[in-house]
Design a binder for this molecule. Structure first.
Ligand SMILES: [Zn+2]
Length: 124
């Protein structure tokens, strides 16, 4: 069955092809995009959306902002770099690949994946 665009509050969830290795992303325009080729069951989809919703909330509250060459977290700017073809961020926990669980913004989004809140059931 084809995926239909969904809305949760004002956040749109849609599917589109993403860069290889990227499963989902929260965009500045208020859209969460899930890779068109990702094969996710309901439970996995729920987790992925909860994760991206946390990034979205952080953007909306001003806790985080994302630019092409930088990232802001809690009022501090951290720079993105590409080293030996790998995208990294010099973050508060050191130089780590994008999406690494030790970046504090990722740690919080990962925690949000398993928070059991019935209101936040995005299994679609
Ligand atoms: Zn993330």
């Amino acid at each position: 069955m084809a995926f239909k665009m969904k809305k949760f509050g004002h956040v749109k969830v849609d599917r589109a092809p993403l860069d290889s290795g990227v499963l989902a992303e929260a965009r500045n325009d208020g859209t969460i995009v899930i890779d068109a080729n990702a094969n996710l069951n309901k439970k996995q989809m729920n987790r992925v959306i909860k994760h991206e919703m946390k990034h979205m909330q952080d953007m909306e509250t001003g806790k985080a902002a994302y630019g092409d060459e930088w990232l802001m977290w809690n009022g501090n700017i951290y720079l993105r770099r590409t080293i030996d073809g790998e995208k990294v961020i010099d973050g508060p926990a050191g130089r780590l690949p994008e999406g690494h669980a030790d970046h504090p913004w990722e740690a919080e989004a990962i925690e949000a994946e398993t928070q059991n809140n019935k209101k936040e059931d995005y299994g679609i």
